[in-house]
Design a protein around this ligand. Structure first.
Ligand SMILES: [Zn+2]
Ligand SMILES: [Zn+2]
Length: 139
């Protein structure tokens, strides 16, 4: 179905990937680490299991950073253009896909705003989606 197979890429286009449904979660995260890592008010991420993800080109340009002071926070980016790219969680159980790097729209509902209490004071993301002060129970 439309929205079940999604292509993504970085800004310069050297790195490309593909993800396939089922998608596990789709949410906006306002935590301070996501804000720093993206330089934006919040990160919108889609989650998928590792066997439903593949790099389709430019894998050699992919650089990973595991934040030493965090239990699990990591980022991955293109070495040419710096754009955020998908990465394995440190547990290896899931892939975190920055939704802004996708070409198509996932067939999955946005489930809300997480770490809402950490949001930037200037954020205007006050839509009708559920707000969770930190990580929701269902995560
Ligand atoms: Zn790039
Ligand atoms: Zn976050």
């Amino acid at each position: 179905m439309v929205g079940d197979i999604l292509n993504g890429s970085c800004l310069c286009g050297d790195v490309e990937y593909q993800v396939r449904a089922p998608f596990l979660r789709f949410a906006h995260c306002h935590c301070s680490r996501c804000r720093k890592a993206t330089g934006t008010g919040y990160a919108t991420n889609l989650y998928v299991s590792p066997d439903h993800f593949e790099w389709t080109s430019g894998r050699d340009f992919v650089v990973r950073y595991d934040l030493p002071t965090a239990a699990s926070f990591s980022t991955t980016f293109c070495r040419n253009c710096g754009s955020p790219l998908p990465h394995h969680t440190r547990s290896g159980r899931e892939i975190v896909v920055p939704a802004g790097s996708l070409e198509e729209v996932p067939r999955h509902e946005l489930q809300g705003h997480i770490f809402w209490d950490s949001r930037a004071e200037w954020t205007t993301a006050n839509d009708k989606l559920p707000k969770y002060s930190e990580m929701p129970d269902w995560w």
